[in-house]
Design a protein around this ligand. Structure first.
Ligand SMILES: [Zn+2]
Ligand SMILES: [Zn+2]
Length: 72
């Protein structure tokens, strides 16, 4: 089964350092447990141009997600 993931290189890594892809929100490494993030973490993540939190998978930029619009 192949998925159409985004171009983020985490999808191509056998052992991605994060659970969620920051660009499309898909899980890239199931072995990393979901984190409880603080708003400060999300602020920092937002400043890194991430659309999704790599730790808990929430949408960081509502209304500005490039992949979500084409995903359903
Ligand atoms: Zn992705
Ligand atoms: Zn988070």
């Amino acid at each position: 089964m192949t998925h159409n993931y985004c171009e983020n290189l985490n999808h191509r890594r056998p052992n991605a350092p994060v659970r969620f892809c920051p660009q499309c929100g898909a899980i890239v490494n199931m072995r990393i447990l979901k984190q409880q993030c603080s708003e400060a973490t999300h602020d920092k993540s937002r400043r890194n141009q991430n659309f999704f939190c790599v730790d808990c998978g929430v949408v960081l930029r509502k209304g500005a997600v490039p992949m979500a619009a084409t995903r359903r």
